[in-house]
Each structure stands twice: as structure tokens, then as C-alpha cells.
Write a protein of this length. Structure first.
Ligand code: ATP
Length: 475
């Protein structure tokens, strides 16, 4: 059985081998921190996206979804503060020329220390970051003799800020071209459309706007697979509320979001809340939901009480009123906002980490093992695999009948090659919850063998009941 660190590597290899996730542009040696989803990975990702989307919009009468463009007017990012503030403190090693995010460098060092010493170091770091004390951060690195992993030296530059936004040019002629940014978060597309949605949807506060889409960040330390990418997907929801009610709604969304995570069938002890030490200047509360990845507890989602900062700032920069008239209290105001922001790719990694199992099935001196992805059926890329026992005697025809009946309702997979045992194992490796075998008895009495992925139990049921059984499991 893989240890946790090895487990992370095993998941990465498994994702590649079974068509879940590939390095981008691999034939050109890859592009760092950019990944492509393969045939099963894209299905898994789509299912997670849909699960989030439905639970936010369909299940909440006061939340609607939008799909805003990636490109936005450049002033958006002035107003949001990203041009001036979306930067991380960085430090370069003069010998290796390697650049590190200061917090990641110190955190990696803290992990190697005894718990008490590590915690003390992190507390010092948190305080320095809170006060934007860059010389202090550099001193902390030197005092603790933190070395560059590449050169092995402590020959560090000063700590500097480094903006994480990617920019590009729009316009056909160089002189006319203006610089725009690839959005570093999807939230601003929601804020600038606040009034459009509120008015056209006749929305009444409290209400939310949800969005899923790509975001781009020029991450420096980016070697944790899809945990930290330069192009990634976010699922965000901005909940607009009356000023003064933020504490209550913040608690509400913390609870709701944790329930959503637990709804994936994951136990509570794999999650924890982490309250932010350094609040953004406009925020009045913020926390992360952390999951116990094989690489340790890490952030998967942020919940932020953002006051009226974003709408207020867009009002100021655009000169357009971003106000809501609240008929209940007969007042105009700029609404406050609670944001929930979860990374889709990190959630894919979370679901994979939870599902990945190496099982020893050795019995009576005969060695055997399998790798199984125990996805919740609703998230599994393929729900049902259909196997005729042999390629003849009319069995493929019967199997095709079942396939035709089921494939409109959920994703099925048909295969007639190799021994049944081998076919089962291949489906285990991609997390298919059910396999059905059509054999000679099917011709006689219309029953099939259904095999359950996790228990590996097999039972005989009428072929006519297969579809309903799968539908029930994925509902
Ligand atoms: P981190 O501290 O890990 O850099 P963050 O606090 O900057 O994350 P937010 O700005 O709150 O992240 O973004 C919300 C969510 O978007 C995060 O919880 C995470 O799931 C996801 N996310 C952020 N950056 C990345 C990235 N580079 N790759 C993949 N997902 C990301």
C-alpha cells in the first residue's frame, strides 16, 4: 500500500495511465503547471461541476447562474484591487536564480521541524505577513537557515511583491492595442453584472449569482499537479445581502458549504476550517475549507465576507450606481457580499484522493491486487459497463439492446474483448460503479449478472431492472 507521499505520486501516474489528466503539450516536454483533462477526467470534472451548479442554482430559489467572459475591461482590475494588490511576497535565490513564494518556502521548512517549533515559526511568519514586513520575512528566512532546494545556499535577494495576473493585448495595430488581463478570478464578472441580473431577474435581496469558469494566475510555486495551476477553473458564488447581516450569512454559508462537501460521502474528519489570520483590508471575516490531501491539509475552498468593497469600488471607478432599493426598509444601499469560492481542479484532486485505493486481494497463497477508484456513483465518469460474455451466440446483440436503452440516461461503456475478470479490473481503475455481464442464461430467463465495484459482489437480476438500479444509485 502506498504511503501518503507515494500515494500522491501514484494518483498522478494513475491519472495519466487511465486517461484522466495529462500534462499540457506533453509532446513538447509539457508546459509547467498546465494540465489537460482526458476522456475520463473531463467527465469526472463535468460531473463535479454539475453537482456544484445544481446544488447552487437549482436547489436555491434565490441563486441564479451566469457565464461571463474571461476578458474584461481593464479598469475592472483597478477597481477590484488586483492591479495594485494581487501579488505575493517573493524571494529569489541568487545562486540558483530560483524564485519562491515566501510563505511556501517557510511553510515547507516548518513541515520538516518538530510540531511546536514548526508552529512557532508559522506564527512568526503570519505576523510578519500581516504587517507587510518584508525585511522581517527575509530575516526570518536567514535566521532559520532556510536553504534553496536547488543551490543549497542561503544567498537570498530582498523580498519583493510579484503580480500574479497574466496580461495580453487587444487591438490589431500595436499603437492602438491596449493591455488587458486574463481574469485571475471569476468573481468580478459577477459584480459587474450585479445590476443586470438583479433588474432582469427581479431579484430580491438576499440573493446570489453563481458562475463557473476559467481563471489564470502566474503562480510561482507550481508543482503540485492540479492543486496549483496557472490556468484553472473556479466555481464561485456571490451572495448579496443587507449591510449588517453579514455575520449571520457568513455562518450560514460556512455551514452550507461544509454540508455540500460531506454530501460527497466524505467523512467530517477529512475536513477542517482554517480562519484567515491576515484579512484583506475590506474583508470582515474569511476562512478556508481545508481537505486532508495526501500532501496534507490544504485549502480547497474560501468563504469570504467581502462587505461592500467590490460593488462600492466598481461604483466609484465606473461612475455607475451599484445600489439596491430595499422595499422592506425603504432604503437604497450598496449590498454587502458573502463569497464562496471553490477550485474545480482542486475538487477533482480531492475526489480522486478520496477515491483512490490499492487493495490487496491475495487469497490462498495466490497474489492478487487491484487499484480501484471508489467515486460516488453520481460523479463517476462511466456509470455502467456492459459486457457480453462472448462475442457470439447473440450475446452482443442483447448487450447492445441494454446499451441502447441506458445510454440516453447515463454514460455507458461497451466492451467484448478479454476475460470478464480483466474487464472488471479496467472498470475498477476508472471508477465505474456497475458492470453487467450478459451470458447464455440471459437468453433463457432475461437475467444478467451485475457486479458492484466496491464490494465486488455479484448478483443476478432481470435485465429490465438494470437501468433503474443505476439511476437510483446516481440520483
Ligand atoms: P492559495 O492560497 O492556495 O493560493 P487562494 O487563497 O489564493 O489559494 P482564492 O483566491 O481564495 O485562493 O481562490 C479560491 C479557490 O480557487 C481556492 O480555494 C482554490 O480551490 C482555487 N485556486 C486558487 N488558485 C488556484 C490555482 N493556482 N490552481 C488551482 N486552483 C486554484
Amino acid at each position: 500500500m502506498a504511503t501518503d507521499q507515494n500515494k500522491f505520486q501514484a494518483i498522478i501516474s494513475h491519472c495519466k495511465e487511465y486517461g484522466f489528466i495529462f500534462q499540457s503539450s506533453e509532446i513538447y516536454d509539457g508546459l509547467s503547471a498546465v494540465y489537460d483533462y482526458g476522456q475520463y477526467g473531463s467527465e469526472l470534472k463535468r460531473n463535479i461541476r454539475e453537482y456544484w451548479w445544481k446544488s447552487m442554482t437549482q436547489m436555491h430559489e434565490n441563486i441564479v447562474g451566469i457565464d461571463a467572459a474571461i476578458f474584461m475591461h481593464p479598469t475592472t482590475w483597478k477597481a477590484s484591487g488586483h492591479v495594485d494588490n494581487f501579488s505575493d511576497p517573493m524571494i529569489d535565490n541568487k545562486d540558483s536564480k530560483k524564485r519562491y513564494r515566501v510563505d511556501h518556502l517557510i511553510e515547507a521548512h516548518a513541515e520538516k521541524l518538530e510540531k511546536a517549533a514548526g508552529d512557532a515559526l508559522l506564527e512568526k511568519m503570519d505576523n510578519l505577513i500581516k504587517n507587510d514586513d518584508f525585511p522581517g520575512l527575509r530575516d526570518l528566512i536567514i535566521e532559520n537557515n532556510i536553504k534553496c532546494a536547488v543551490s543549497g545556499t542561503t544567498n537570498w535577494t530582498d523580498v519583493r511583491q510579484f503580480n500574479l495576473m497574466f496580461s495580453t493585448q487587444v487591438g490589431s495595430v500595436a499603437e492602438d492595442a491596449s493591455e488587458i488581463y486574463l481574469r485571475p478570478e471569476t468573481a468580478q464578472g459577477i459584480f459587474v453584472n450585479f445590476l443586470n441580473v438583479q433588474k432582469t431577474g427581479r431579484m430580491k435581496i438576499p440573493f446570489g449569482i453563481a458562475q463557473v469558469g476559467k481563471a489564470f494566475r502566474n503562480e510561482i510555486v507550481a508543482r503540485q499537479f492540479v492543486f496549483r495551476m496557472r490556468e484553472f477553473e473556479q466555481m464561485e458564488m456571490q451572495f448579496f445581502i443587507r449591510p449588517g447581516t453579514q455575520q449571520e450569512w457568513y455562518e450560514y454559508w460556512k455551514n452550507e458549504r461544509m454540508k455540500w462537501h460531506l454530501g460527497l460521502g466524505i467523512s467530517q474528519d477529512k475536513y477542517r476550517f482554517h480562519d484567515h489570520v491576515k484579512l484583506a483590508f475590506y474583508a470582515d471575516a474569511a476562512c478556508d475549507i481545508e481537505y486532508d490531501f495526501p500532501i496534507g491539509f490544504k485549502e480547497v475552498e474560501g468563504i469570504h465576507s467581502r462587505t461592500d468593497h467590490d460593488l462600492g469600488s466598481h461604483q466609484k471607478f465606473s461612475g455607475k450606481k451599484m445600489q439596491y432599493f430595499d422595499p422592506e426598509i425603504n432604503q437604497n444601499y450598496v449590498p454587502y457580499v458573502i463569497e464562496t469560492s471553490i477550485g474545480l481542479d482542486r475538487t477533482v484532486l480531492l475526489v480522486l484522493s478520496e477515491a483512490y485505493k490499492e487493495e490487496d486481494l491475495s487469497k490462498d497463497g495466490k497474489e492478487d491486487s487491484r487499484v480501484v477508484l471508489s467515486f460516488p456513483p453520481k460523479l463517476a465518469p462511466i456509470k455502467l459497463a456492459i459486457f457480453p460474455l462472448t462475442k457470439k451466440d447473440g450475446l452482443p446483440e442483447l448487450a447492445r439492446e441494454l446499451m441502447a436503452d441506458c445510454k440516453q440516461d447515463f454514460y455507458c461503456f461497451y466492451e467484448e474483448k478479454d476475460a470478464i475478470g480483466k474487464r472488471y479490473r479496467r472498470q475498477d481503475a476508472i471508477g465505474t460503479p456497475f458492470c453487467v455481464t450478459i451470458d447464455h442464461q440471459t437468453k433463457e430467463d432475461g437475467t444478467v449478472t451485475i457486479r458492484h465495484r466496491d464490494s465486488m459482489e455479484q448478483e443476478r437480476i432481470p435485465m429490465s431492472q438494470v437501468k433503474e438500479l443505476v439511476q437510483k444509485a446516481i440520483r
